[in-house]
Design a protein around this ligand. Sequence first.
Ligand SMILES: [Cu+2]
Length: 147
Amino acid sequence: MYKIFATVLAGFMLLASPALAGETASPDGAEVYFINIADGDTVSSPVTIQFGLRGMGVAPAGTEKDHTGHHHLFIDRPPLGEGPDGMDEFEWPIPADDNHRHFGGGQTEVSVELAPGEHTLQLVLGDWSHIPHNPAVVSDVITITVE
Ligand SMILES: [Cu+2]
């Protein structure tokens, strides 16, 4: 019984607070998206990927300014919030490794080497300290095939 209650409560809290994210607010309607590739595309490596941002500005990491952030590219990992650290991913700095590429200089495009096969990609905007905004500004996860 308690477990059911806890589950319902957790579900309610999830709905009631979009606050499961960092402390930097994102404006209504902010959107990050892939400009030049789409789900299901077949491409060849190196893959040029252009990052689109609507309703916010791009600023280098370390620049604390309202309604700005820098791009992160998630490669071959679950969507933000569903990775190894679960919901904590919304509240902690994005790691930096092969699965998490940072564009702290404010870059809006990358050319990335990917092995042949299927790969998933997601764009996640991070604030000056690499923490997702609140609410988080993320793209859809797309799957591409590299020839
Ligand atoms: Cu970052």
